[in-house]
Design a protein around this ligand. Structure first.
Ligand code: BG6
Length: 479
């Protein structure tokens, strides 16, 4: 009973959200480097600027300066007992513009040093190749993944990483939350596909076409990884937030099922190497002339993934509407509030059991090993006069989710490799660009107003998670 002995307990982050050093040692500008800071209190969304502009506030330029503090920070992760640490390789540290002839040695060396530091403490590095940080040059000059050439640029980048780190990194992921763009909102198209849409563009079509090129790029990367070192395991990475029917009305149930299809078909292609029939029908219904070649289809089949990595934060509920006879997913139109769930200050509905649902959904559909690579609670933290931080809300959230995954392992027998909470240390929020939306077990003294010393301190959750890892998930009590 319980979790496997070598269960990969750990924490996850992404290069652009914490490394900072945006222009150090030859690093190029990424999409994240042209995204401004937002704010939940004033409802200020992030903006994407036309290049790096004077006078704008770009929080990812600084992150939490992990580029310079990684040794101290990893020592804290080790003190917590972390067995694994997920991060991404910033594409623009390796190929600053995407189309460079040779990789940047200084960038490659940084990750060599980082992975060595992890191994020093027996922490397994788990790596995402592309986590919302595509080269800005790729977006601006090539149209990002709307251009077939992006496939070659990505495969070249992936291959350089596989070759360099083949003896240091075993677990890989290609595109972080590749399915986030199912909503085809400009923010996600930029983060996922390096696409900067213009007024009047058909965003829905662009999403499907560019996602196809990304899926081919991912499949070619998987094949390359296996050729370089057959022991390396490569996953897809899905942002999994299940969609429930609002009622037991058959139409609502059908709507929920189809919404799951529309949001998670990316996993079908990654794992099965081919498109689901309903999606081919959608292309036909829209009258799109998709650029999907026979060679692409062969590549998809030859590069299916080894395991499924996914993030989980919340669940949604949806209802059917008569005006939507094909039960399509229509972003922003058919979701309803789930009255059984509470939400975070950012409106994310908290649903521990939903994680068990996801594990079973993936398991039944694909039967592959799984790795939870993100799960955590973004909240405002209060520092007491004595410097302590009592983040019981975060402990309660993590506890409920770990209990749910325990249920899926013990009762339903899902093959779960590990759990990486998001994030072991406070970092910049991806959606809002805030410092105040904190996920960390380690506090970083910096706020949205730019005030703070950058000092690190341990929250109550730090000690709690240490005990959870020590007991392999047996002792979850919050004392
Ligand atoms: C996931 C992303 O969507 O959610 C992370 O992979 C992100 O990059 C995390 O940070 C939490 O979202 P946010 O917007 O609160 O930082």
């Amino acid at each position: 009973m319980g979790f496997r002995k070598d269960f990969l307990w750990g924490g996850a982050s992404a290069a652009h959200q914490f490394e900072g050093a945006w222009d150090v040692d030859g690093k190029g500008v990424s999409i994240a480097d042209v995204m401004t800071a937002g704010d939940n209190v004033t409802h200020t969304p992030r903006r994407i600027t036309d290049g790096v502009l004077e006078g704008e506030d770009y929080p990812n330029h600084v992150g939490i300066d992990f580029f310079h503090t990684y040794k101290e920070d990893i020592a804290l992760f080790a003190e917590m007992g972390m067995k694994s640490f997920r991060t991404s390789i910033a594409w623009t540290r390796i190929f600053p513009n995407a189309d460079d002839a040779e990789p940047n040695e200084a960038g490659l060396q940084f990750y060599d040093d980082l992975f060595d530091e992890c191994h020093k403490y027996h922490i397994e590095p788990i790596v995402t190749l592309s986590h919302f940080e595509m080269p800005y040059h790729l977006a601006k000059e090539y149209g990002g993944f709307m251009n077939r050439k992006a496939i070659d640029f990505f495969v070249k980048f992936a291959t350089a990483c596989f070759k360099r780190y083949k003896d240091k990194v075993k677990y890989w992921m290609t595109f972080n939350e590749i399915n986030n763009q199912a909503d085809y909102i400009p923010h996600h198209l930029a983060q996922e596909g390096a696409i900067l849409p213009k007024e009047g563009d058909d965003l829905e079509y662009m999403m499907y076409q560019s996602a196809h090129y990304e899926l081919v790029a991912s499949a070619l990367a998987v094949k390359a990884a296996h050729e370089i070192n057959p022991d390396m395991l490569v996953a897809c990475m899905i942002g999994m937030n299940p969609v429930y029917p609002a009622t037991c009305k058959p139409e609502d149930n059908m709507q929920a099922m189809m919404t799951m299809n529309f949001k998670y078909w990316f996993a079908d292609v990654h794992v099965r190497g081919k498109y689901p029939s309903w999606l081919l029908k959608l292309f036909e219904r829209r009258g799109w002339n998709m650029d999907i070649t026979e060679e692409d289809n062969k590549a998809l089949l030859a590069g299916t993934v080894d395991y499924i990595a996914f993030s989980y934060y919340m669940s949604f509920a949806t209802e059917a509407k008569a005006e939507n006879p094909h039960y399509e997913y229509r972003p922003g139109k058919d979701f309803v509030r789930n009255e059984y769930l509470k939400a975070s200050d950012w409106g994310w509905q908290i649903d521990g059991l939903g994680l068990r649902f996801c594990l079973n959904w993936f398991n039944d559909r694909f039967g592959l090993p799984m790795l939870i690579v993100e799960n955590g609670f973004g909240a405002y933290d209060k520092v007491e006069a004595d410097g302590s931080i009592h983040d019981d809300y975060r402990i309660e959230y993590l506890k409920a989710h770990i209990e749910a995954m325990k249920g899926a392992v013990e009762d339903e027998g899902v093959d779960l490799l590990g759990y990486q909470m998001w994030a072991p240390i406070d970092i910049v929020s991806a959606s809002t660009g805030e410092y105040d939306k904190r996920y960390g077990l380690i506090y970083v003294d910096m706020n949205n107003a730019g005030e703070g010393t950058w000092a690190r301190s341990k929250k109550k959750s730090f000690y709690w998670y240490k005990k959870v890892i020590e007991t392999n998930g047996e002792d979850l009590a919050n004392e």
